[in-house]
Design a protein around this ligand. Structure first.
Ligand SMILES: [Zn+2]
Ligand SMILES: [Zn+2]
Length: 253
């Protein structure tokens, strides 16, 4: 029995022994093992009519695999973006509690929700031999926090979809200043060379880059560009949420 299968069994057992509990209201969650109740889930805003390629809301009709009017002509380094929720209250609280208070139950909710969305959207790369790579934290921040929230979410996705997780597929070489408030040129300078990918892990693979929240998009673009340069066959970005009020990056640079 594979290790991930064993964990799935343990999850099932835990879900049976300990009924799921909502991370927002502490009431009963959704069986078998989703720690969010139907009522609270309905309070979390979704990204309206997201484009499958860039993940941003699109005006009018469905953007197919080729993208929407805003992203079709852009050379995005990733081909899919799955980010079901808008980064707004009350989700902001859950993300912050995960990052700063170590509320790992929230990572289970996020990973589960991402998988549901990916299955719903038939986000293909995970079929077969996809490789999960978490968005890395800078080592100094990792020491400070004790864990990487994206890695914790990726663990859940890995278990649910039985996909390999490469925690060292991508490394952060240096800290970057917060992206919000910088000009386009400042953002590009801030992120160039911020990441290094392990080509022995990612070359020729369909990589699913797991992030918690996509804010401006610059970090996901820089990380995906690094994976592409290291020979990844395709890259999809899966995040739990998208910050819709801070969308500034639509293309590399
Ligand atoms: Zn609830
Ligand atoms: Zn688009």
């Amino acid at each position: 029995m594979r290790r991930s299968r064993v964990y799935t069994q343990i999850d099932r057992l835990a879900g049976w022994l300990l009924p799921p509990r909502c991370v927002l209201c502490r009431g009963a969650g959704q069986r078998p093992a989703y720690d969010l109740c139907v009522e609270c889930e309905a309070e979390i805003p979704m990204v309206p009519n997201p484009c499958r390629r860039c993940g941003l809301p699109q005006e009018g009709g469905e953007g197919g695999e080729g993208g929407c009017a805003q992203c079709r002509a852009l050379d995005l380094p990733y081909s899919r973006c799955v980010a079901p929720w808008a980064y707004e209250f009350p989700l902001t609280q859950l993300v912050q509690a995960l990052k700063y208070e170590g509320a790992l139950a929230n990572a289970r909710v996020f990973g589960t929700r991402m998988v549901v969305q990916a299955l719903r959207e038939q986000a293909d790369p995970w079929r077969g031999a996809a490789l999960l790579v978490p968005m890395p934290l800078h080592p100094s921040r990792l020491v400070e926090r004790g864990f990487n929230q994206s890695h914790e979410i990726a663990r859940v996705v890995s278990r649910l979809l039985d996909l390999r997780l490469a925690g060292s597929g991508l490394r952060r070489l240096r800290s970057t200043a917060p992206q919000v408030g910088l000009t386009r040129q400042q953002r590009a300078g801030n992120l160039s060379g911020a990441f290094a990918a392990d080509s022995s892990l990612v070359a020729g693979r369909h990589v699913v880059l797991i992030d918690d929240v996509v804010t401006t998009g610059s970090t996901a673009i820089a990380a995906a560009s690094t994976l592409r340069a290291a020979g990844a066959e395709s890259i999809a970005v899966w995040a739990v949420a998208r910050a819709l009020d801070r969308v500034v990056a639509r293309a590399p640079g």
